[in-house]
Design a protein around this ligand. Structure first.
Ligand SMILES: Cc1cc2nc3c(=O)[nH]c(=O)nc-3n(C[C@H](O)[C@H](O)[C@H](O)COP(=O)(O)OP(=O)(O)OC[C@H]3O[C@@H](n4cnc5c(N)ncnc54)[C@H](O)[C@@H]3O)c2cc1C
Length: 432
């Protein structure tokens, strides 16, 4: 039996290198470059490509991938420790070749793609030459995919797609989109939809606008509101079997959700570090903020919540490595997905408060982080839905009492105990 919380020395060396590299070379990119997915931008090519080469030389490129896909195969536990470092910076995931949603899309292509799909889409995606988009949510429905309407109708050797999609992240930068469509209206709700690869230059993909989050300028965001108008794709672009889109989507979501949690931990620690530095630096009424008990409470609560969340993420990652089956860790993944926005939100709120006016200003990142905490409660499914999953999974492990009073009703337990031990005890148990 092995039960420990140590990181082996050799791997700690890797983490230390990553930490130094991200702080000194990658975090500054967040200050000078706009969009981390604009891979054809000349400034991206000039600044980001050399750093990606350095990461590749170190054998740390695409650290989420197993050797079968050309990655180093660290497993989820080590990946959690790595992603915690990468989560500090907007550009770090792309510098290390493990950014969402491309990681999840790569998983889909690896599982369901043909050899041709792998050569044409998967390999360049893994090499970081292009980025991709996952186009599932619709303007009228998100959390309940059985309500989707975007249709793909068979026509000779092709399917023709018509309908709208909403919040298709990075559609404007993507070379291809993975689109979830209704193909079999009369089938059971979970067997109605089929997934397709749609190359971005296919005629009829009209981006109505790019929606931004929070205070991003209107029309200049990165989440595409797309109208697919007579978009024709060959049948060979189907991913998985017809009607299997739900299963295909699940392939990306398990890993995607825990990877978000790993990176969010990096953001949470960043906010926590800022809170502590400020508490030690700012004075009011003759003492440091750090000496005030209500500030101390904020720091203590934040550390406790951060460490609890971290342990849950690490244990979930460990369990994925043990079972190699996302279905067996559904409850754990849903739990961290539900917990993540709250811990992120609460710690950032305290950090913001401790910084006073500077905290709400646009000279510090807290307001953006607060919006991100809400994003984490929506992207890949709202918190409520994940809590339902946790509760359902837990309740499977219990049985109803089947009696008027519950199994743990004290009179009943006492009667059972008397039957079990009464003869051995001298006291008059029946008179209690
Ligand atoms: C930043 C960001 C990036 C995204 N990127 C993508 C992407 O790349 N591709 C893509 O396809 N989608 C993407 N999404 C969309 C995301 O998957 C949806 O926002 C999410 O599934 C919720 O759908 P909705 O926004 O339509 O909310 P709705 O379905 O309208 O739900 C609204 C609210 O209703 C409540 N609710 C919903 N269902 C339940 C329930 N069962 N029980 C209790 N309460 C409930 C919740 O409070 C929920 O937040 C992204 C979203 C964000 C914020």
């Amino acid at each position: 039996m092995a039960w420990g919380f140590d990181t082996d020395l050799e791997f700690q060396g890797v983490l230390d290198w990553m930490d130094g590299f991200v702080k000194s070379k990658v975090e500054p990119l967040d200050m000078v470059l706009e969009d981390s997915y604009d891979v054809q931008n000349p400034d991206f090519i000039k600044l980001v490509r050399p750093l990606q080469s350095e990461v590749k030389e170190r054998g740390l490129w695409a650290c989420h991938l197993g050797p079968e896909l050309g990655g180093p195969g660290f497993g989820q536990l080590k990946l959690a420790l790595m992603n915690e470092i990468l989560g500090r910076s907007r550009f770090a995931p792309i510098v290390f070749g493990c950014q969402a949603p491309d990681t999840g899309n790569a998983e889909i292509l690896a599982h369901y793609g043909t050899e041709e799909h792998k050569a044409k889409y998967l390999q360049p995606l893994l090499d970081g030459e292009l980025v991709s988009c996952f186009s599932m949510t619709e303007p009228h429905a998100g959390a309940d995919p059985t309500m989707f309407k975007c249709m793909a109708v068979e026509d000779g050797d092709d399917f023709v797609i018509n309908g709208e999609k909403w919040f298709s992240s990075n559609a404007k930068w993507a070379s291809f989109l993975i689109v979830m469509t209704v193909t079999d209206l009369d089938a059971a709700p979970h067997a109605r939809m089929t997934m397709f690869i749609v190359p971005a230059d296919t005629p009829g993909i009209n981006i109505i606008r790019n929606v931004g989050v929070g205070t991003e300028p209107r029309g200049d965001g990165s989440h595409g509101y797309i109208r697919y108008e007579n978009v024709r794709v060959p049948k060979s672009n189907m991913l998985g079997a017809r009607g299997q889109a739900f299963a295909v989507a699940q392939t990306r979501l398990g890993g995607g959700r825990i990877h978000h949690a790993m990176r969010t931990l990096g953001q949470i620690r960043k906010a926590f570090d800022m809170m502590c530095e400020r508490a030690l630096s700012r004075e009011t009424k003759g003492e440091r903020l750090a000496d005030k008990q209500m500030v101390q409470e904020k720091i203590a609560d934040s550390w406790i919540e951060m460490e609890q969340f971290r342990l849950l993420v690490l244990r979930t990652a460990w369990r994925i490595d043990q079972y190699n089956d996302y279905l067996k860790v559904r409850k754990d993944i849903a739990a961290i997905k539900a917990l993540m926005p709250k811990v992120y939100h609460d710690i950032v709120s305290r950090a913001l408060q401790i910084h006073g006016s500077l905290g709400v200003s646009n000279e510090l990142p807290f307001t953006g982080m607060l919006i991100s905490s809400y994003v984490m409660g929506l992207a890949d499914g709202p918190t409520e839905v994940h809590k339902v999953t946790v509760a359902r999974q837990i309740l499977r492990e219990y049985e109803p009492s089947g009696d008027l009073f519950p199994a743990y009703h004290l009179p009943r337990r006492r009667a059972e105990a008397i039957t079990q031990y009464g003869d051995l005890i001298e006291r008059e148990l029946a008179n209690w």
